[in-house]
Design a protein around this ligand. Structure first.
Ligand code: HEM
Length: 503
């Protein structure tokens, strides 16, 4: 029998399917070329994502290499999505502030739809008008007046932290930095945001601690989910139907139910507490403000923000403390300078107050310097709501923008000796040399971190309590190797701190 025509038909079919697949994988990769934006050539389907998240060299080095080759604005692709990478200060100012209305939203793989609905209602993930409304309603909970009300709780929690470290120092055993500071951060956020005293520094059995840890861990499974969604965005409804999200559904569900129960209890028992949950429940919209259409925040919205505060506060605060004490061990003169300042402002016995915290200028400069060197969110994102131009380059609507905070903070054009810990650069006398848009560990512009002041206060209080009683004598590993492809800046080997009791 002659099968010639059948083979030809199958061949033709195969070629058509292959052409269709190739077109699907490359169609969107023409945007930057036609807009005249330079950048590395993309690979079908993946774009440049595998080069950016290169496990060998990490996001920071990939960006650095490309910046050297293509300049301070270049185009790459996250799978099909055009992404502009920007480290030019003027362009950054336009994105963060001047053209904020065009760059109001953040960019997420899967457009943020790969989330439990409560996560989509948080400030971090909310978009456009919904975000504006939420931010206006949540801002008043973070004023300095409200912050002062939280001082007592943070002070007590930092006291517990220093007790724990003192114990280890007396025994001569090192502590794993991320674990002890993680417990402190969790206690602070549970107390200040939810009004719950969970004491995770002494008791790890509380289910809230287990769920919080699991919620804030970004592992390979999350990366796999994002890769699949990146290549096949049409699978989002399938993922949602099977309750597969960026965060684990069981953790989100646990917090949603716990927080809604707390809200309901607070409604029935008139509370005098000043935790963020209570402050958000009490927020009233300004009726003269036409923008705020829907008045009070719903219970679900209050629960969503408090859940976000936990996610946002836990990892960032514990990482900052880890890197801070790591650098203090390497720079004993800086450690002693901070200690001297603490003692001169407070003396042996004085309780740490909000006002005395503000007086410690060298300490503040040292914390800012650590955040410059180790911004946990090493890359900030935005998404264009409409087409625009940037430095003469055409940017289509619905393009993503990446601003690599780590690279900007370590750029020798913006900070001399960028890899060296020099708190003095943030003192009043030299701060004017720093272009504010290049210091972005908390982001910049209207979408900057809402918890900035709370976080700075939490960090400073912990440091004061620890340094008053202890000296960090050594930290390991000798050379700090950092991974950045899982979302944050993570030390490859856990940091261990060795301490001595101050006499
Ligand atoms: C050292 C600690 C912290 C660091 C380094 C940090 C950093 C950041 C960064 C980089 C952003 C994105 C900003 C942007 O896109 O321009 C952000 C957003 C945010 N952070 Fe923080 N954060 C910290 C602690 C906290 C705490 C303690 C809270 C709450 C209690 C918090 C709440 C938020 C919220 C709600 C947003 C979203 C703001 C919005 O989109 O309007 N953060 N944070």
């Amino acid at each position: 029998m002659d099968y010639g025509w059948e083979i030809q038909l199958y061949l033709l079919l195969f070629v058509c399917v292959a052409m269709f697949i190739y077109k699907y994988g490359t169609e969107s990769h023409k945007v930057w070329k036609s807009a005249g934006v330079p950048g590395p050539p993309p690979t079908p389907f993946f774009g440049n994502i595998h080069q950016l998240f290169n496990v060998e060299i990490g996001v920071r080095c990939s960006v650095k290499k490309w910046q050297e080759k293509y300049g301070r604005i270049f185009g790459i692709y996250f799978f099909h999505k055009p992404v502009l990478v920007v480290t030019d200060p003027e362009a950054m100012k336009r994105i963060f502030v001047k053209d904020f209305n065009i760059f109001v939203d953040r960019f997420f793989v899967g457009e943020g739809k790969l989330q439990h609905s409560i996560i989509q209602k948080t400030l971090f993930f909310a978009q456009g008008h919904s975000w504006k409304r939420l931010r206006k309603m949540v801002n008043p909970a973070f004023t300095s007046g409200k912050l002062k009300l939280l001082m007592g709780y943070i002070n007590r929690t930092a006291g517990l932290l220093s007790e724990q470290l003192l114990d280890s120092a007396k025994k001569g055993t090192p502590v794993e930095a991320k674990t002890v500071f993680g417990a402190y951060a969790l206690d602070v956020i549970a107390g200040t945001a939810f009004g719950l005293d969970i004491n995770s520094q002494n008791d790890l059995s509380n289910p809230l601690i287990q769920h919080a840890r699991s919620l804030t861990t970004i592992d390979k499974i999350v990366q796999l989910k994002l890769t699949i969604i990146g290549i096949f965005p049409s699978l989002i409804p399938v993922f949602r139907a099977f309750k597969i999200g960026y965060f684990r559904y069981k953790d989100v569900k646990f917090f949603r139910e716990t927080l809604l129960k707390l809200i309901s209890e607070k409604k029935h028992t008139k509370s005098e507490q000043s935790d963020l949950l209570q402050l958000l429940m009490d927020v009233e919209a300004d009726p003269s403000d036409g923008d705020v259409l829907c008045q009070k925040l719903s219970d679900e919205e209050v629960a969503a923000q408090c859940l976000l505060f936990m996610i946002a506060g836990y990892d960032a605060t514990s990482s900052a403390l880890q890197y801070f004490f790591y650098e203090l061990a390497r720079y004993p003169q800086i450690q002693e300078k901070i200690y001297s300042e603490v003692m001169s402002v407070l003396g042996e016995d004085e309780e740490l107050s909000y006002e005395s915290c503000l007086k410690m200028k060298y300490l503040e400069a040292a914390v800012e310097e650590i955040l410059r060197m180790y911004p946990l969110l090493h890359t900030l994102t935005r998404n264009t709501v409409k087409e625009t131009t940037l430095n003469g380059m055409f940017i289509p609507a619905n393009s993503a923008v990446l601003i690599p905070a780590y690279n900007v903070g370590r750029d020798p054009e913006f900070f001399h000796n960028p890899d060296t810990f020099i708190p003095e650069r943030f003192l009043e006398s030299s701060k004017h040399d720093i272009n504010p848009v290049t210091f972005i560990p908390f982001g910049y512009g209207p979408r900057q971190c809402i918890g900035l002041r709370l976080a700075m206060m939490e960090l400073k209080i912990a440091i004061v309590h620890v340094l008053r009683r202890l000296r960090i004598s050594k930290a390991t590993p000798e050379v700090l190797e950092i991974e950045d492809y899982s979302g944050g800046l993570v030390s490859k080997i856990p940091v261990q701190l060795f301490m001595e009791v101050r006499s």
